[in-house]
Each structure stands twice: as C-alpha cells, then as structure tokens.
Design a protein around this ligand. Sequence first.
Ligand code: NAD
Length: 407
Amino acid sequence: MATLYEDAVAQIKKAYPYVTLTDGTKKIIEVPKEMLFANLAVKRDDNSTEVLPAWRVHHSNALGPCKGGIRFHPDVCEEEVKSLGLWMTFKCAVMGLPYGGGKGGVKFDPKKYSQREMEAVSRAYVRAMADFVGPDKDVPAPDVYTNSTIMAWMLDEYNTIKRGSFPAFITGKPEGAGGSKGRGVATALGGFYVFQDAVKALGLGEKLTVAVQGFGNAGMHMAKYLHEAGHTIIAVSDSHGGIYNKDGLNIPKLMDIKKQDKPVKDSREKTITNEELLTLQCDVLVPAALENQITVKNAANIKAKLVLELANGPTTLEADEMLNKKGVTVIPDILANAGGVTVSYFEWVQNRMGYYWSEQEVFEKLKVKMAESFSQVHQAGKQHKISMRTAAYVVALERLKAAIESK
Ligand code: NAD
C-alpha cells in the first residue's frame, strides 16, 4: 500500500500532463527541501520527564518563506508532517500567496497534559526549532490541537531567544499579541465562500442537507455559517463519535456544549459513528477532522453530491478516483480550507507593516481571494476536463514552475 506521502506525490503527477515542467522542477517538488527532528524533554507535573518526538519540515520555499501549522497529536509522524508540508506548498501556490510550504508536529496526547505542561511542550518546541523558523524563513500557525494561546507562548519564547519583538514569526496569535481579526473563523469562512461559489456553479439549489465530520475550529464554524445561511446540518461528530437528526441539529446549542469541552453526543441526539456519518444521505459532506477518512472502504457508499474538504487529506487517492467516477464533485483541501492560511498571510502582512485592519476589511479581502482562486480552479477544470482537485494542482504548478524555472 502506498504511503500518505507517496499518495500526495501521485496526486501532483496527475496534473503533469497539463503543465510543461522541466525534469528538474519535478525532482524539486516531489521531495521535501529539508527537515529538522528533535526530541523534546518535558517535565510533567509529577516531576517525571517525557521525551516527545517533534518535527518541522520545509517542503518548498520557491514562492516565499515556508508556511504551515504545528500539530499536537499522538499520531504525528514524519510521514504525516512531510505530506502536510507538501500540501501547504500547493495550497499557498493555488491561493497566489507569496509563501512556500512547511509543517510541524509533536507526537503526544495533549488531552493528557495540563495547561502548564502544554506550555512547556510549546516552549520546548520553539527552543528546538528557533534557528529553522522565522518571519522570512518559516512562519508556523495553529493546526489540530494547537490554538492561539499556544501561538502566544511560542511567540514569547521566540522573542526571548531572538531578543526582540517578532510578531510576524507566527500567525494565529490572539489579537492582543498581534493576531489578525477574523483568524479564528478564517478556515471555515473561506470554506463557506468556496461552498457558495461551488453551489452556484453546480446549480445545487438553495436549501441543502449537510453532514460535518469533526466539530473543532474548522468544522464547528463551518456548521455555524451553513446553519445561519439556512442549510440543514443533519450530522456532526468529534473524536468521541457523531450525532444525527434528519430535521437538523441545533448548532448554537452544540457550540455551547463544545465550549464546555464536552463531546457532541452529550446533546442527547441520536448517536452515530464517524464511519456512518460519512455515508449518510445528504447533499454535502464536509470532512473537517483528520486525513484518510474517505477510503476505498466507504467511497462507494458516499451519497453526497458535493464533498468540501476542510480537513487536510481526508480522501485517499483511490477513493478520490471512485468519487470522480460516481460524479461526486470534490472541492479539494488545498482550495477549500485555504481561508486559514490566507488570513494567516493577512496577519503576517499586518505585523510587518504595523497597521491593523478591521474584521470587515479582513473578511472582504478573504472573500476576494477565495473567489479568485475558485474561479481559476473551476476554469482550469473546465478547460482540461479534469476534476477540481487536479485543476487546483495545475493552477498551483503553473505558479511553482514560474518561480523555480526563472532561477
Ligand atoms: P481542532 O483540533 O480544532 O478540531 C479537530 C476536530 O476533529 C475535533 O472536534 C476532534 O474531536 C475531531 N476529531 C479528532 N479525531 C477525530 C476522528 N477520528 N473522527 C472524527 N473527528 C475527530 O482542529 P481544526 O483546526 O478544526 O482542524 C481540523 C482539520 O482541518 C485538520 O485536518 C486540519 O489540518 C485542517 N485545517 C485546519 C485549519 C485551521 O485554521 N484550523 C486550516 C486548514 C486546515
């Protein structure tokens, strides 16, 4: 079986017939540029010591400094960080951002760590990576189980090491620490803008039924935007499982439950498994949890007409082909969830000029960026008669080619 990274490269290769690339360019983009590994020694509250494996990968800096989140999760591994870094290169390229792709991660279970221990892990990560990152080199951000508080600890550690104030070193910070207005909801809002454009382009209708896998930062806010727009959210889930109501779930109530750190199944709705959620009868499926959720095992049973990938890499290569054959439109992760990195870019720009925009300005700029990229990808898809995913890779490859082959 192919690895996650091999699948990611195979996906790029599907776009090669539509872009003329030199062999050298292909060689460069098929491998990560560099990677740093460290074992983080962290003191626990009971005075014992844990050693946690940690990575930071630079997949490409052809278009600018590397950009990508830091994940805290027990399943983090080199393979995953490499794949996520590669997707960041293509995501930034498809959005026309002046960034390359990077990613980081620490392998541990944050749910078993106290707030003080989380701070110790976050600061240890920056101490290990300090010379590998920086505002003009590699700009981290939040990802699964990391958040704005963690970004603030990381910035503080970086500023201490580098003896200065470098807010553009990391994005997704709290507003008080130089964060952009709107960053917290940016991934979901960008996805929602793309969803609106896709619904229009495909003529899917006004009131749709939606299932959302993963009720975290991305999935929860997406459910909120869809709910407010009058769509019916029939199912959502988290790592403890899912809930289902064919007449629609009460999203504000579920958000309250989540804010108390409780699982969605505490809502007393009918429970379902994460696997069942994916194959429900609905118009739109939004995977917003982890990679490798839509696979050969369940792709044939997916009934949605539109899959909007808010998670990174939720669909395996083979499953993607099955969905294409079935006529399901998949809006790929590198476009659908690019709102987060786009507002991260806006945050970096604001930090560098020391002038901050209103939330309205941020959202207007985000809407323009998402619409431009959706339209370019949609056009490329129609021109070459290829899926939205391959089309997104074609648009990204054109930009990478221009940067790499001009040197
Ligand atoms: P998060 O930590 O806020 O939420 C993750 C959610 O997924 C939680 O509700 C968690 O319970 C759930 N989950 C975990 N394991 C699961 C499983 N096996 N089945 C179902 N649900 C599970 O993370 P997030 O920031 O919302 O990220 C979710 C996805 O979106 C990831 O793939 C991430 O890479 C991607 N993404 C996030 C951003 C961002 O700005 N937050 C940007 C781009 C992409």
